[in-house]
Design a protein around this ligand. Structure first.
Ligand code: SAM
Length: 243
């Protein structure tokens, strides 16, 4: 059946994404800095600023990987708050937990292996949810957005930081050239794995553009949805609020 076909394709995608992140986990942080020339730190800083997070808040850093955002949130929410770092991939989660624990981030962080499409949390649990460079890897993005909306508290904010569609044609050309030629080569040199970085470049191109993602967030039940382009739309930060 058509449904059966979709399920096999979905399983294949999930298995492939798992292989990619098991393979890159140990080199992930270094590659992030190299590939983005360090600019991912600014994109993430802006995400934290736009989240409106406060001391005592409950935060979910979904597809949190090695925990860059979790680390910053942990400092802001303080001992009366909590941050859940959730990721589907045990290798990424392990690298993240070891790194944060070694750096002394303990006490208000929980680590949960979870699929964004069916989150294992109660309704209305979080003040803020972030998913940074994660949504494009999720097979059923609509299911994931519905699941995130369900676990947000009323008035809570979802922030989606993701590669998007460059707004000017020159940047778009430069970016295509960079991601399809330079990325796999860097992946091979640094992480010994060009296929994974080829996949990352392709997943970026396939991801819904700014307006489409905004529509999907509204469809999932969020209100006051908006987005902010960064680096000429190479990356966009979307925000929506649970009514
Ligand atoms: N948020 C981190 C950051 O910005 O550095 C990590 C981003 S990394 C590119 C993408 C992460 O999404 C990986 O750790 C991967 O395991 C995770 N991921 C992929 N599919 C997922 C899913 N369905 N549910 C939860 N996490 C998922």
């Amino acid at each position: 059946t058509h449904f059966g076909y979709q399920t096999i394709e979905a399983d294949k995608k999930q298995a492939m994404v798992a292989d990619v992140f098991h393979s890159v986990a140990s080199k992930y942080d270094l590659m992030n800095d190299l590939m983005s020339f360090g600019v991912h730190r600014l994109w993430k800083r802006f995400t934290i600023d736009m989240s409106g997070v406060r001391p005592g808040n409950s935060v979910l850093d979904l597809a949190g990987g090695t925990g860059d955002l979790t680390k910053k949130f942990s400092r802001i929410v303080g001992p009366s708050g909590r941050v859940v770092l959730a990721d589907i991939n045990s290798s990424m989660l392990n690298v993240g937990r070891d790194r944060l624990t070694d750096q002394g981030y303990v006490g208000n962080i929980e680590y949960v292996q979870a699929n964004a499409e069916c989150l294992p949390f109660d309704d209305n649990s979080f003040d803020v949810i972030t998913i940074a460079f994660g949504l494009r890897n999720v097979t059923d993005k609509d299911a994931a957005l519905r699941s995130m909306t369900r676990v947000l508290k009323p008035g809570g904010r979802l922030l989606v930081l993701e590669f998007s569609k460059p707004t000017n044609p020159l940047m778009s050309k430069a970016y295509d050239l960079y991601s399809f030629s330079a990325l796999p080569v860097m992946g091979k040199l640094v992480a010994g794995d060009s296929d994974s970085y080829q996949y990352l470049a392709e997943s970026i191109r396939m991801h819904p553009d700014q307006e489409t993602l905004k529509g999907m967030m509204e469809e999932a039940g969020l209100v006051r949805c908006s987005y902010h382009n960064m680096t000429s739309g190479v990356v966009a930060l979307h925000r929506g609020i649970k009514p």
